[in-house]
Design a protein around this ligand. Structure first.
Ligand SMILES: *[C@@H]1O[C@H](CO)[C@@H](O)[C@H](O)[C@H]1NC(C)=O
Length: 283
């Protein structure tokens, strides 16, 4: 019941969403609402602009060009896949400089408001936008998936479903996060307009088994995983007790969506646009 009430108030706050909304019972501990002029880079005090990653067999090269990554001038950031005359794809990926550790006894929420370019799915084969997190341990020698991964929202090929997923474990097939697929769930995404995507790490219950990670679209839970579901205290700790950094990217091609094809179109119609990213902690 407590959860239901909290979600109801969360949802009503979203109706008049503004950058980093003020949710009753939460304070904002970090946010970016992407101010600036058209063509600016996002604030590099807050974000690393990533150019050297391609871990899922994707075909894009991430660049720092403002053709791929720019402040819109309307308080948003746009990640825009582009195809060269020769058919080479470029795109963008940014990662928060800060990592955030979910505090014991609190609910920590990671949230972004996102929309997609309006090119229809018939022209989005291979386009793979995502808002997700990885354990900061990956920066300090811990391999994936042991570092922990929380995919807050991913969608492929312009299809009308978004997914929330977690990856974890020691690299074994299966395991607590059902690798290699991960432990995930889909939610209907019948349009490309603005939606709010939230991940809550709820450490208010006493005892790690009762702690819960929840995935929400527009304030409604569509997936959750508890400590008991994971069943291993050390692995649960990599997901719910450890510093995580946030990632926004638009991959092109790769193991999940498959390659782009001749009908796949680039530019703003295939972009991901983000209005704000914020981290909240319950008071
Ligand atoms: C960039 O981020 C830093 C660190 O959060 C902040 O102090 C600064 O005001 C930001 N700059 C702009 C132009 O928003």
């Amino acid at each position: 019941m407590r959860v239901t009430l909290a979600l109801a108030s969360l949802f009503s706050a979203l109706v008049c969403a503004s950058p980093a909304p003020a949710y009753p019972g939460y304070k904002v501990i970090w946010s970016d609402s992407f101010p600036g002029n058209p063509g600016d880079k996002p604030n590099t005090s807050k974000w690393n602009i990533i150019t050297d990653v391609r871990t899922n067999g994707e075909v894009q090269t991430y660049t720092k060009s403002n053709k791929n990554l720019q402040i819109s001038g309307g308080d948003t950031v746009q990640l825009v896949p582009r195809k060269s005359a020769k058919g080479a794809w470029t795109s963008a990926r940014i990662e928060s400089k800060k990592a955030f550790t979910p505090a014991n006894g609190k609910i920590t929420m990671f949230e972004a408001t996102i929309r997609f370019g309006d090119t229809p799915a018939a022209h989005k084969q291979g386009i793979w936008p995502a808002f997700w997190m990885m354990g900061d341990a990956v920066h300090h020698g811990t391999p994936w998936p042991r570092c922990g991964e929380l995919d807050i929202m991913e969608t492929v090929n312009g299809l009308p479903t978004a997914y929330g997923t977690t990856h974890c474990g020691n690299g074994e097939k299966g395991g607590p996060c059902n690798e290699p697929n991960g432990r995930g769930a889909g939610v209907a995404l019948p349009d490309y307009g603005w939606h709010t995507w939230t991940l809550q790490i709820d450490r208010t219950p006493s005892g790690w088994k009762s702690e819960v990670i929840r995935w929400l679209k527009d304030g409604k839970v569509f997936h959750q995983v508890s400590g008991a579901d994971i069943g291993d205290q050390g692995i649960w700790g990599t997901l719910a007790h450890s510093p995580m950094f946030m990632i926004l990217n638009v991959a092109v091609g790769g193991s999940w969506p498959g390659s782009p094809n001749g009908a796949t179109t680039d530019s703003y119609g295939s972009m991901m646009e983000v209005e704000y990213v914020a981290v909240f902690r319950s008071t």
